[in-house]
Structures are given as C-alpha cells and as structure tokens.
Design a protein around this ligand. Sequence first.
Ligand SMILES: [Zn+2]
Length: 205
Amino acid sequence: MDFSSKLLENAVNEVSRLPGIGKRTALRLVLHLLKQPVEHTKYLSEALLHLRNDVKTCEKCHNISDTVLCDICQNPRRNPALVCVVEDIRDVMAIESTSQFKGLYHVLGGKISPIEGIGPQNLKIDSLVHKIGEGEIKELIFALSSTMEGDTTNFYIFKQIEKFNIITSTIARGISVGDELEYADEVTLGRSIVNRIPFEQSIRS
Ligand SMILES: [Zn+2]
C-alpha cells in the first residue's frame, strides 16, 4: 500500500496488528475515524488506555475485573462450593447469559496446547488445586470446549485433584465436538450445565 501520509500509514499499521484485521480493513477504520468528530478518536484511545492501565484480574477466580475480587466472587448469593472451570472471560460471559449457573468460576487463561507451547505451568491450575485443598469446593464442573486441548486440560486437572474426593462433572454437550463454548446458543449451553454428567463417565464414553 502506498500512503500519501506517514501519519495515516502509522495508524493503519497499528490497527492492522489486531487479530483478524488486514491492511484494507485497517485503512477503512482509520478513514472512518478521520470523518468523525475528533472526540470519537479521543474516547476510543482513552477507553483502551484506561482498560490497559487499570484492569485487574480477580484474585480468586482470575477473571478480568475492575476490583481485586470480581462481582461474581463478591456476590453472597453465589454458591462457593460449586466451581465451573473455563478457559477465559468469554466463557464466563456465555455461561452467565444463560442464568443457569449460581456457583463461582475458575478462569484458567487458556488450554494445554503443546503445539502452541502452552503447558500446565502457563495456566492457573496450581491456584485451582490450592483452592480445592482448602476444602470449600464440593463440586468442580469442567466447561472447556470439547477439543483435544480442552479434553487434555480437563484430564490433567482431574488427575491433580482426584485425591481430594470432590464431585467432578462436565457440561453435557448438545453441540458437536470442536464447537467453542462461546458460540453455543444460550438455551443449549444452559441446558448442558443443568444436565452435566460425572467427569469419569465422560472420559469412558
Ligand atoms: Zn472472581
């Protein structure tokens, strides 16, 4: 792309570093901003900077939060004995939108993936094992996507916590293997949490 302006080129280059945004899309977005009042660009940059500087990770569940403990962990009406293990905040948002789950979450921050160089030590697994060791958690629900990485991660965690003798279950999937949790519709996802199955049964089938 030949740019008549270095300023334009820099802005396009920065925007195109975002996932799924090619140079052409970046140019369209930047030109759109140029046509809008300058405040729009100001609010956008300020919101992003604020997010980057001030966002926290909940100390208990590792979900993205504005406070040291997130709203879900702070809510006295949630059941701390029931914990749902998910990959990231998108899964928390998907499950919350079903209104079928009243427990707490544990956000791993990813899945075990040797190809991408992600091992158990890169995920929030130790803190989960530690939390279970403290005795408050009675049931753990695995809600990772049913991909090979998801299954590997579930099994790894299961092996780590077997000794604690808590109930482990996995969400019943009405959706085909490989579908990401985030894309499941609310009704299907809600039902799959209510109809969860014992984890050991899921690895035998
Ligand atoms: Zn939390």
